[in-house]
Design a protein around this ligand. Structure first.
Ligand SMILES: Nc1nc2c(ncn2[C@@H]2O[C@H](COP(=O)(O)OP(=O)(O)OP(=O)(O)O)[C@@H](O)[C@H]2O)c(=O)[nH]1
Ligand SMILES: [Mg+2]
Length: 463
């Protein structure tokens, strides 16, 4: 037995939408919404594409775990849909042992879904998961509007938010990667629109030529993305040579990563109550209170089950995190499930080989969070601190923790630096940890821990 549940999320404003009141006649003239299939032809010509989602019905399957978890997951899907610019008309959950292999939800329920789509005037159904191409097309046949899955929805938000050339190329690549194995599922639509003789290569079906074209575009994009990442790799290498440690801000989307960067460096990056507001990485110079330089980077946020296509495509952007000396893992302490956020982010960190980088858990939004929840997180996360990027609470303590956890310069030295070598003194402060300083007649005597290259330069002043 399977049943529909309607979790009635507070922010999906369905109050006035009762099926009986809707003019079903007027809505029965459903148009076939222009969807993925019909736009496919242009895929190699346009840089990136957007679905213009409008009125959507969300559907999820509740298989295991508690209902709360399913409800949270659908609330997040609703937030994603709204971020993509759609209005959520209804949210439905079906209780099943597992998703139906053919149609995701059972065929009887699919008919009910069709009724709901007609009654509400929805033009799109969004499924909470990654669906196979044939599941999507079978569902479309019954509900008679476009059906997309969570992965495509996230790809769409990324497409809308991509600003830089690199970001757009990465999103295009991820979209194509998603689309390639799905071409067969949309075969009908493709053959309907194909122009017949003259539009295909010799002995080639439309499907094959589409595949080939997309494959070619993907290789081109991969090449371009690689080239665009070179500048960043060079800068990173330079910083490494001069021993400037790098700190990366990472975390769940909307946790307050950009707000934290702004708070720590007055970077002025975009802060928005929207998912995936940041796609392009920002790197800023910062200094500890004792004057030690480090870089601080803010990058794309993560989400539960972040589409692997995006992780792949954004690999060069995410290298900023993978190559850092310390990760500030920002988690939203006011979220209903901060521990779930932490583990979702750690999965992605493992995917990009960043799981062994020292991690400082920054529990943000302490101003809005339940103190009990903060304590609960602190209990499990030994290296953590609660802060508010909004009010500034805990920021000084965070900075002190960052300073203590930056990689330590290795060599102990005592040097007398002549007064005309102010540059070396400045370097000792910048790159090392100056423990004491005394001004004498012959120069400044410092006792310090410094990295090896600087120790070599200072050698002639030691002893
Ligand atoms: N109450 C409260 N809100 C905060 C705090 N920090 C950030 N916010 C809000 O949370 C929302 C998201 O902040 P961002 O800094 O854009 O978050 P982000 O992690 O960069 O998000 P994405 O780039 O979209 O992944 C904004 O509406 C911020 O104003 C905080 O300490 N307290
Ligand atoms: Mg951001």
């Amino acid at each position: 037995m399977s049943e529909f549940f309607d979790p009635r999320f507070a922010d999906t404003n369905l109050e006035e939408q009762t099926t009986g009141e809707l003019d079903l006649e007027a809505r029965s003239g459903l148009r076939r919404v222009v969807g993925l299939s019909t736009e496919l032809q242009d895929v190699t010509e346009v840089e990136y594409r957007q679905l213009r989602l409008e009125k959507v019905v969300l559907i999820g399957v509740w298989t295991d775990g508690d209902f709360d978890q399913t409800q949270r997951s659908l609330a997040e899907l609703a937030q994603l849909a709204e971020t993509a610019g759609s209005q959520v008309l209804d949210v439905l959950v079906q209780r099943r042992d597992r998703p139906d292999p053919a149609t995701y939800i059972g065929s009887g329920k699919l008919q009910e879904l069709h009724q709901i789509v007609m009654a509400t005037g929805a033009d799109t159904v969004i499924c909470n998961g990654e669906l196979s191409p044939s599941q999507l097309s079978k569902m479309e046949k019954v509900v008679k509007v476009k059906v997309i899955d969570r992965t495509w929805l996230i790809l769409d938000i990324f497409a809308q938010h991509a600003r830089s050339r690199e970001g757009k190329a990465q999103v295009s690549l991820a979209q194509m990667q998603y689309m390639l194995p799905r071409l067969r599922g949309w075969g009908d639509a493709l053959s309907r629109q194909s122009g017949g003789i003259g539009t295909r290569g010799p002995g080639e079906t439309k499907l094959e030529s589409d595949r080939r074209r997309i494959g070619k575009s993907m290789s081109k994009l991969r090449r371009e993305i690689k080239e665009m990442g070179v500048a960043r790799t060079t800068q990173r290498a330079q910083r490494r040579r001069s021993n400037i440690p790098s700190v990366a801000i990472a975390g769940y989307t909307n946790a307050g990563k950009s707000s934290l960067l702004n708070r720590l460096t007055s970077a002025g990056v975009l802060v928005e109550n929207a998912l995936f507001a940041t796609l392009d990485p920002t790197v800023r110079q910062a200094k500890t209170p004792s004057g030690r330089e480090f870089t601080l980077s803010d990058t794309v946020g993560f989400v539960r089950d972040l589409p692997h296509q995006l992780v792949e495509a954004f690999r060069s952007t995410l290298e900023e995190v993978a190559a850092s000396d310390l990760i500030l893992h920002v988690v939203d302490g006011s979220d209903p499930d901060p521990e779930g956020q932490l583990s979702a982010v750690r999965k992605v960190l493992a995917d990009i080989d960043a799981q062994n980088i020292p991690e400082l858990v920054v529990i943000n939004k302490a101003d809005a969070a339940d103190p009990y929840v903060i304590n609960r997180i602190k209990l499990h996360e030994k290296n953590s601190i609660a802060i508010s990027a909004l009010t500034g609470e805990g920021i000084d303590e965070l900075v002190a923790m960052i300073e203590a956890q930056l990689p330590h310069p290795q060599l102990d030295i005592k040097a007398t630096i002549p007064y005309d070598r102010g540059d070396l003194l400045a370097r000792a402060y910048r790159e090392g940890n100056v423990l004491s300083r005394t001004d004498t007649e012959v120069g400044t005597v410092i006792v310090a821990k410094v990295p090896e290259p600087l120790a070599n330069v200072l050698e002639e002043f030691c002893g």
